[in-house]
Design a protein around this ligand. Structure first.
Ligand code: ATP
Ligand code: MG
Ligand code: MG
Ligand code: MG
Length: 486
């Protein structure tokens, strides 16, 4: 089943259960204090927190998401994209726990010809909220007695994993997550609490049930009582389900992502080998190819939603995604512009569900290609500066200084791993510790700046939960700067 068919099947299933089908909101969150929509529920926050009355009591969507906080995982785990789509069903004071669990089970396990996804029920595991004496016994009982899931495949996890709240007094409640066992060849026995690569999380069900009177941290809060109107918020990772239904090894090999990976492999003359094993000699290039495929798609979707490269906020995230993709290609030996080849491939893979990427491609591609060109120019001018530093280091028989590496990074946009790689080729070491110290100083300055600016947003506290996931306006610098792995 193609990814867009999986998405359509989701919407059809919940529409048939009386849910309003709500189109995806833009990646750009309407709240200026959040960079991007990071979950299906973000556009529904005013309804879920009862600040506004929803026009429907049940809704469903397939929401475009960007999680820059997951960028370092991309290509290394099987399941994290910077861009991904979250399928959701929402109840605003309508159905609750039992119905939400029943819908999830029905959709996942009903046969394909009956409108479901046809997953083997024996492969499904769930977690429910259990923290010391506090237990969501109700959820466990529904899974065990109503659904018939063996008790051993229902695992308890605590507040850090299975409790949702906004970070301030207001609604909160336990979660229940659904995992798919990919099989013994992918890891050890013992369920999701033992191995999250073998048992892949596909769906999170949030039961908004309680009124919290005080919230001191993610795991430390007081419950005042039951909410008068209880809500359901769920999120399923579309790419993760596609990876299972398409029988591929990871989300980068699904139909919306893989074509770019293949063309990137062709361009660089690398053979992609699907390995997840860091000890495998193919691993470095495999990760790079997965990063390229992920980031090119994220760039396409971001520009399509109106983001343009810049040195701050959303534009900076886009800039770094493009640069990371170009850099990964360069590290695989491709020095010519790669986006004119890769971006149309991503467009073709995405257009069936997002016609805008085709209709608007002239504009999207103009922005993307210009950004790549300017980065390649940066690399060229940085190379001249690097050559000077190398000559000097050789003459003095010293390592290339941390401050030279920092200047290359900061003024020329020259990533540290390029500096390391090219210095090594020239037979010169780099004072990487010195470079890191200067980066840290700069980051601390940016954080101080961020704190100053953040306090300008009066209602920011409502989103502490989201912000704590690293999605604020300023984390682009922290999350994306200075990474040395790709
Ligand atoms: P994980 O623990 O695997 O990082 P999560 O608990 O952070 O996932 P949730 O916040 O519960 O994820 O989001 C709901 C669903 O969205 C997840 O169950 C998963 O299927 C999907 N999802 C979350 N993050 C990503 C991502 N970076 N790429 C693809 N799918 C994702
Ligand atoms: Mg996560
Ligand atoms: Mg999780
Ligand atoms: Mg989760």
């Amino acid at each position: 089943m193609k990814t867009h068919e999986i998405a359509q099947r989701w919407l059809d299933f919940f529409a048939a259960k009386g849910h309003a089908v709500v189109p995806s909101a833009s990646l750009i969150s309407t709240d200026p204090s959040i960079l991007f929509n990071i979950a299906g529920m973000v556009p529904f926050i005013p309804y879920l927190t009862a600040r506004e009355t929803p026009p429907w009591d049940k809704a469903t969507s397939v929401q475009k998401c960007i999680r820059t906080g997951d960028i370092e995982e991309v290509g290394k785990t099987v399941r994290h994209g910077t861009f991904f789509q979250m399928c959701g069903n929402f109840s605003f004071g309508d159905y609750f726990k039992e119905q939400a669990i029943s819908y999830a089970w029905e959709l996942l396990t009903s046969p394909i010809d009956k409108g479901g996804y046809g997953l083997n029920p024996d492969r499904l595991w769930v977690t429910v909220y259990e923290d010391g004496d506090e237990k969501d016994e109700e959820a466990r009982a529904i899974w065990r007695d109503k659904i018939g899931l063996p008790n051993e495949r229902i695992q308890g996890t605590g507040k850090a994993d299975n409790y949702w709240h906004t970070g301030q007094p207001g609604p909160g409640g336990p979660c229940s997550e659904i995992f798919y066992d990919r099989g013994a060849q992918y890891g050890i026995d013992g369920g999701p609490i033992a191995d999250e690569t073998r048992y892949v999380e596909i769906w999170n069900l949030v039961f908004m049930q309680f009124q919290l009177s005080a919230v001191r941290s993610k795991t430390d809060f007081d419950v005042a009582g039951e909410l008068p109107k209880r809500n359901i918020d769920t999120g399923l990772g579309l790419e993760r389900l596609a990876m299972i239904l398409q029988g591929v090894e990871n989300m980068y090999e699904t139909d919306q992502v893989r074509p770019v990976l293949d063309v990137a492999a062709e361009l660089s003359g690398k053979e992609y080998s699907s390995t997840e094993d860091p000890a495998d000699p193919h691993h470095t290039d495999d990760v790079r190819l997965r990063v390229v495929a992920d980031h090119v798609r994220s760039a396409l979707m971001l520009i399509s939603d109106g983001v343009a490269p810049s040195n701050e906020g959303r534009g900076y995230v886009l800039r770094r995604l493009i640069r990371r993709a170009v850099r990964a290609m360069r590290l695989m030996g491709v020095e010519k512009p790669c986006l004119p080849v890769l971006l149309p491939v991503s467009r073709d893979a995405m257009k069936s569900f997002y016609p805008a990427v085709e209709e608007d491609f002239e504009r999207i591609s103009r922005i993307a290609y210009a950004e790549e060109k300017s980065f390649l120019r940066t690399i060229a001018s940085g190379t001249a500066r690097l050559d000077e530093a190398v000559i000097e280091s050789k003459a003095n028989n010293t390592a290339l200084s941390g401050s030279d590496a920092f200047t290359l990074h900061d003024t020329y946009g020259f990533p540290i791993d390029l500096t390391l790689e090219m210095a090594e080729e020239a037979g010169v070491k780099v004072d990487e510790a010195g470079f890191r110290a200067l980066m840290l100083e700069q980051r601390q300055r940016a954080q101080a700046d961020s704190r100053a600016k953040k306090s300008g947003h009066a209602d920011l506290s409502a989103f502490n939960e989201l912000l704590s996931q690293g999605e604020t306006v300023f984390t682009g610098y922290q999350e994306l700067d200075g990474e040395s792995t790709i």
